[in-house]
Write a protein that binds this ligand. Structure first.
Ligand code: ADP
Ligand code: ASP
Ligand code: MG
Length: 403
């Protein structure tokens, strides 16, 4: 029997009516004769609300305790969805991440899935039960509850689909597919029929929150057919797959990330080994460094500027401050009033005018570029945060296909 994994995001189960709507979509899939495993997120803003509650009690709560807290949100949704299906006459079983067999590493708040022990899931499916699994969570080897990071329910869904070789993993959300830019930000954004895993991975990593980037990484690795579609309207969404035809636009999409910090260390000795010291320190703290810029040495010193995710920013600053002497810098400055705006598209490499076109659009909108980084399929610029929405719109307009 074909197994379908369906994932419903927070806004798709935000109240009783949406829960009933999701239950109806699940029931319809089950009626077709498919085996169905559902992954569900916390209702609406529940995860944010739980994080705010913790901050009231202890702003420095441990990552382990935070994971214990926030996973409660998903448990509520799974229970309600099961009850809604029960009322409709369907047999559903709610399972927490650990009941469903999700074993992760111990990186609380950003855990990686090690494996899924699938016996329980398979057992429920063999009884023709609909299984409702709480998203974005598992347990480590000490049986402590872990989470996969914000937005991680997409990854839970793809992980189940990969482990059980599901026919399809369908991500139901509050937009009807993947667009050339966030449709809430860019009214003229166009829906994509299909997008490649690589392009989607870049877009997700560069800030398009419609899919958790690790879910795309995993879907590519295990060749899981992935689809993003509306939980409210019954129409085709966007298919994420290995090969997708070129759309009318020269690029696949524009994304922005406002959760960034730029850090500069000034006056470091212009000698071998400094960059190594700096970045190995950050990597030992599991802090990912993104765009890096090193100035030309002058009078025996140079400056190094780089960006990190906002949530890692202060930890990076603190670690560097502690090593000020051994790194030998005279001054450190940091700024979180920045955003990264990126364009993504596989066709970019063979089109030399792409970068110039992006920079022209920003220049015409009078937006100053602080840093630039490029790869085969993306170009990113760092700009001031206040201009990020204008920048996305300007860049999108420059690449828009004539209607
Ligand atoms: P869910 O709660 O279902 O997981 P998310 O809020 O995580 O939903 O993701 C859906 C949101 O992603 C949309 O509401 C949209 O604003 C945003 N988004 C950002 N970039 C894009 C894009 N390129 N295409 C579609 N949606 C996007
Ligand atoms: N509820 C979690 C979050 O808000 C996980 C998810 O929605 O995917 O990040
Ligand atoms: Mg999401």
């Amino acid at each position: 029997m074909a197994l379908i994994v369906m994932k419903f995001g927070g806004s798709s189960v935000r109240d009783a009516q949406r829960v009933q709507n999701a239950a109806a979509r699940i029931a319809a899939e089950h009626d077709k004769g498919s085996d169905v495993i559902v992954v569900v997120s916390a209702q609406g803003d529940t995860t944010d609300d739980l994080i705010a509650k913790a901050a009231e009690v202890n702003p420095a709560a441990s990552p382990r305790d935070m994971d214990f807290l926030v996973t409660a949100g998903e448990q509520v949704s799974a229970a309600l969805l099961t009850m809604a299906l029960g009322k409709m006459g369907y047999r559903a079983v709610p399972l927490t991440g650990w009941q469903a067999g999700f074993i992760t590493d111990s990186n609380h708040g950003r855990a990686r899935i090690r494996r899924i022990e699938t016996e329980r899931l398979e057992n429920e499916i063999s009884k023709k039960n609909i299984v409702i699994v709480t998203g974005f969570q598992g347990v480590n080897r000490y049986d402590d509850i872990t989470t996969l990071g914000r937005g991680g329910s997409d990854t839970s869904a793809v992980a189940i689909a990969a482990s059980l070789k599901a026919e399809k993993c369908r991500i139901f959300t509050d937009v009807d597919g993947v667009y050339t830019a966030d449709p809430r930000l860019v009214p003229t954004a166009q829906k994509l029929e299909a997008i490649t895993y690589d392009e989607m991975l870049e877009l997700a990593t560069l800030g398009a929150q419609v899919l958790h980037n690790r879910s795309v990484e995993m879907a590519k690795k295990y060749n899981v057919p992935l689809e993003v579609l509306s939980s409210l309207e019954d129409k085709p969404g966007t298919v994420v797959k290995e090969v997708a035809k070129m759309e009318k636009m020269l690029i696949k999409g524009v994304a922005k990330d406002d959760r960034i910090m730029r850090i500069s260390i000034v006056g470091v000795p212009d000698q071998p080994g400094i960059a190594y010291k700096l970045f190995s320190l950050l990597s030992s703290l599991k802090i990912n460094v993104d765009i890096i810029l090193q100035s030309i040495g002058r009078d025996g010193t140079k400056d190094i500027t780089f960006t990190v995710a906002l949530e890692d920013g202060m930890a990076a600053v603190q670690a560097l401050e502690e090593r000020k002497e051994s790194l030998g810098f005279t001054k450190m400055v940091w700024d979180d009033n920045v955003s990264k705006v990126s364009i993504v598209g596989a066709g970019m490499e063979s089109n030399p005018g792409v970068a110039a076109k992006m920079f022209e659009a920003l220049a015409e909108a009078n937006i100053n570029i602080q840093m630039i980084s490029t790869s085969e399929i993306k170009i990113s610029v760092l700009i001031e945060k206040a201009s990020s929405a204008a920048a996305v719109n300007a860049v999108h307009a420059a690449f828009e296909a004539p209607q």
